[in-house]
Design a protein around this ligand. Structure first.
Ligand code: KE4
Length: 424
């Protein structure tokens, strides 16, 4: 595979951008080698700057659920750009996009748009603190909610522990107000609430984990979490930045039939443009400025181009049969890969939900970060590079979701399974 132009660009980028990338997830630290630079995407395919084309399972880490350059999205973004990219004042686009979100997500009566998933979760936590007048939060090991200081913490020693900063520069006092528990472990959550009764402002969780690789919550765990938080007056935040409009039109909360107090969205609702959102009941959202005392603002929040692209995406997703088709495609890929890996002597497991899956090598069951961490990373690295040689672009980390889009046809999926056979 010829990668001369990627190399040249990577060297130039590395002089003036940290690590040559604008997000560390794009660096190939976990798999080795240097990141490819891309020049175009159409449907399920992307092409790098050396002309190599791949079937894409990163899909911009989730936003491109319709595939690259979907005509309805391109047309909406072009029209919005031509009539004025931004006003710093309200536009009709925001009202339309908000109407689509409120119409889709069971727990959202009112929504505020921001520019990223990080901003969404950061604002959701501030709202929870404002509404409860409490400081502490609980997150789960393996949960990623963006790079807000309070969330860049990892589990300390012991079952349920006070957060330890997981990044340089995180305010250690803030980190100490974040508790961390193992995912899918209701006993650990019960212990925390017994020890910190009425001191937790919120619990923030990915109802379907996407940052350990795909790890769905057990239904009884999530139901228990809803009960415990409600009894304690602690707010429950579902971070659906990945699962929103992907696991179902109404997200994981539609799949599980469990309503959080606040939902965070992002990625898919922007159609590839920078968007995040947080929402909940009208009563709760009345705390948000200018209605209430909780301040949150943003120059480009609700940007017309992003709103137009997001609304076009959500309108496509609202069409009948879309999620049955996305689930079918995901199932075809997962089953095809299971068939190939079954010929292997090594254990493996595939966690899947509609629109996304993760292959874990070397482990037979993954239900939390601890079990996910047992996967064979060396094998994944070799598999990643071999799949690249065979024309398939996977996320460059064993702890990420492979995203399936509506543009992935059966021939793409079958070619991916064939590439996996050759790679293994
Ligand atoms: P952003 O700030 O990156 O838009 O969203 C943060 C975020 C929040 N919540 C969840 C569940 C997320 O998965 C993310 C971001 N996801 C990562 C990869 N899984 C994005 C890739 C990157 O950081 O470049």
């Amino acid at each position: 595979m010829q990668t001369t132009n990627s190399q040249r660009l990577y060297e130039a980028a590395s002089e003036i951008i940290p690590g040559g990338v604008n997000s560390p997830a794009r660096a190939w630290g976990s798999v080795g080698g240097d990141p490819l630079f891309f020049t175009s995407g159409t449907g399920s395919k992307i092409t790098d700057v050396d002309g190599n084309t791949y079937i894409d399972y990163v899909c911009s880490w989730g936003p491109l659920i319709l595939g690259h350059s979907h005509p309805a999205v391109v047309e909406a973004a072009q029209a919005a750009t031509r009539s004025g990219a931004s006003f710093g004042a309200p536009t009709e686009y925001e009202v339309e996009a908000a109407g689509l979100v409120v119409g889709a997500v069971p727990s959202i009566e009112m929504v505020r748009f921001v520019n990223s998933g990080t901003e969404a979760s950061m604002s959701a936590m501030r709202l929870a603190r404002a509404a409860t007048d409490r400081d502490m939060i609980l997150k789960f090991d393996g949960g990623y909610h963006g790079h807000d200081d309070a969330l860049l913490v990892r589990a300390g020693s012991g079952l349920a522990s006070q957060g330890i900063a997981d990044s340089a520069g995180v305010n250690s006092k803030l980190a100490a107000d974040t508790l961390v528990a193992p995912y899918n472990d209701l006993a650990a959550v019960e212990k925390i609430f017994a020890a910190y009764r009425e001191r937790l402002a919120c619990v923030i969780i990915e109802p379907i984990g996407g940052n350990m690789g795909v790890v769905p919550a057990d239904r009884d765990f999530l139901q228990g979490l809803r009960r415990i938080t409600r009894d304690d007056g602690c707010l429950l935040i579902f971070d659906e930045v990945i699962s929103g409009f992907r696991a179902a039109y109404g997200g994981a909360q539609e799949v599980y039939g469990i309503e959080p107090d606040i939902t965070c969205l992002g990625k898919t609702i922007g159609g590839g443009f920078p968007v995040g959102a947080y929402g909940g009941s009208k009563e709760l959202m009345s705390h948000v400025a200018p209605l209430g005392a909780m301040y949150q603002a943003g120059t480009l929040s609700g940007n017309p181009v992003a709103m137009a692209a997001g609304a076009a995406t959500m309108r496509e997703l609202a069409k009948p049969g879309v999620y049955e088709e996305l689930a079918r495609k995901t199932e075809r890929l997962a089953d095809g890969l299971r068939g190939v890996f079954a010929e292997l002597e090594v254990p493996f497991t595939i966690n899947q939900v509609c629109g996304m899956l993760t292959v874990f090598f070397g482990v037979e069951e993954v239900t939390d970060m601890d079990s996910a961490s047992k996967n064979d990373r060396e094998m994944f690295s070799r598999f990643f590079h071999s799949m690249l040689e065979n024309g398939v672009y996977l996320p460059p980390s064993p702890f990420e979701a492979w995203f399936v889009s509506l543009a992935h046809g059966d021939e793409d999926i079958d070619a991916t399974v064939e590439a996996a056979r050759r790679s293994l």
